[in-house]
Design a binder for this molecule. Sequence first.
Ligand SMILES: Cc1cc2nc3c(=O)[nH]c(=O)nc-3n(C[C@H](O)[C@H](O)[C@H](O)COP(=O)(O)O)c2cc1C
Length: 443
Amino acid sequence: MLKQLSYKSLQELKDDVAKRGYDIGFSDNTQILAKPVDLGGCVAPNALVAHPMEGGDSDKPGAPTELTFRKYERVAAGGIGLVWIEAVSVCQEGRSNPGQLYITKETLPGFKELARRIYANAIPGTRPVTILQLNHSGRYSKPEGVSAPIIAGHKTELDERLKLPADYPLATDEYMEGVVENFVKAAVLAKEAGFDGVDIKACHGYLLHDFFSCFDRPGKYGGGFENRTRLFLSAIEKVKAAINDPNFIIASRINIYDAMPVSRGWGTDLNDFSKVDLTEPVKLVEEMVKRGTTLINVTMGNPYFIPHINRPYDLGAYLPEEHPLEGTHRLIHHTAQLQKRVPQAKIVGVGYSWLREYSPYVAAWAMETGGASLIGYGRQFIAYPDFAKDIIETGRMQKNKVCVACSKCALLKRDRGLCGCVVRDSEAYLQLYMDTYKKEAKS
Ligand SMILES: Cc1cc2nc3c(=O)[nH]c(=O)nc-3n(C[C@H](O)[C@H](O)[C@H](O)COP(=O)(O)O)c2cc1C
């Protein structure tokens, strides 16, 4: 179903924002989004970012396929400033599914081709910056298609979802130190492939992020803030030392709020899990900046547990009680708080796709008021790969091209491992979607 935003005009949206008392503004100065952004080492030709969107369309060893290339060629041709390439595994046992990208010596030629195709398809004079997201899927590992969790600590509500017993073993410190080495090897390969930087991913419940809320884990990686963030910060330091090139970007995507109702979550108010507490995320970003990691992409929640916190939507596996504007505000407001408290960092904003054609005005306001240094779009870029070109050339997005927040991309990812827009890119994904749900209906 094609669901348009319930607001009939920008003014109606503005009125609803005012009525709800949200800290969201609007600016007509969308040309601020067209300005180059200096990332220290390379310059993004504009402030618009394609957020990572994992496809699960690799070949068996983990190299990109034509479907992977297509996604990135389209957004590169659409004038994007920075392509934050989807989660790529750093080891076989940490793959989220058998089709997740996995960078190794064997798959390196495919990654070289991916970088080449992105640059070759870019609009002349607007070569985008490329960041490869490196990850270990941790409790969501499924390398052979069946769940094979690797966990940092027990979290009641997350363990229940995976039916993990209370004595399910934790990843050992030694195993984790090996994982850090895998991040280093993968980063070195990413540089060889021709990407401008890597993301040491620590969000969405995956392994490095899992440590941020290990308040009860014994040993040097659990307990206080320093212990819980030690592995992640050591991964940044080790990658930086191994790469030894000031122009290569060591970036990171981090959670700033977990929203776990039972377990104590990262970035969460101790007395009320529905409230964000940025004390520790701010401290972490300060530590990252000290280590030279200034490009930071923020996010919230856990897509396997509470996806609406991660990406406000209108249709999905369940409909949350909160209005999607509430989730949009949570993401945009707290990103801005973080950016203002650590202005040395270049924070990529999130939470814009649900706002559809009205989003550039909010994005421009966030940039103007120091609430973000770049603006990222996830679902929007797979629905509307040339959105950047439209914003830059015309100052606006076209209503008939925008993402409709229907969650079909997320369902396809969950049930088939693929990621594409069924509504706006039906040529490539509608049949795949139909086949997936036809099969389910028969079984
Ligand atoms: C199908 C799908 C795949 C995603 N894959 C990734 C991923 O690989 N890495 C990541 O950090 N976030 C991933 N995300 C989250 C998005 O990058 C983004 O944060 C989220 O969709 C909210 O942004 P949006 O409102 O612009 O879509 C994914 C989201 C969806 C729906």
